[in-house]
Design a protein around this ligand. Sequence first.
Ligand code: C5P
Length: 224
Amino acid sequence: MSIPVVTIDGPGGSGKGTVSQRLAARLGWHYLDSGALYRAVGLSARNKGVSLDDPAALAGLAQAVDIRFQPAADGRPAPVWVDGQDVGDALRTEETGHLASRVAQFAAVRTALLDKQRHFLQVPGLVADGRDMGTTVFPDALLKVFLTASPEVRAERRYKQLKEKGLDVTLLRLLGEIRERDARDAARQASPLRPATDAEILDTSRLSIDEAVDVIFQRLQQRL
Ligand code: C5P
């Protein structure tokens, strides 16, 4: 019997990360934060002085990079270790998000990360969060969800998250960065950000996190 996967794709700030983690906890399934892999490659490139315009070197980095997630505790984001170092908040900054979206443009980088992502597929099941989970990484997923929300709502959510972490940001700048990142993610040739043809689209602009989790949980129950 194949191991069940729920894919949750969508743009940054759509609620994907929190919704996916809570859904995984409720189901007792594993969780893949695929964005963290791209962020780790971006960070590693910057730390090692690898050019963001050199796909072959970046793909080599993606192949070699050692990324480990520690289990999350007390509802806080899971600590992530990149090449043996706890990268702390550096992984979650807007700057790292920008680096991630630069390296994620290259097909060779995406291919290098495919196996790493598929390794997360273990019993009893997986909730996979990203941009191309349903279209490319897990095309046979049991349930595919595409979360959206207006850019303004997404910028506000991001603003609150970053402020809570004590990071210095402005709403207007975040909105600009979100629009820029959306445009790059949707326009790239390799696995552009778009819903799978068989994905269920869920607009979370007016939903709480718990409401979004409930909707997805119920849709999943109908398929299990
Ligand atoms: O989801 P998160 O904001 O952590 O993702 C950072 C960037 O990594 C995205 O803007 C996108 O460019 C890239 N990404 C991707 N494919 C994924 C996950 C993330 O291209 N599956």
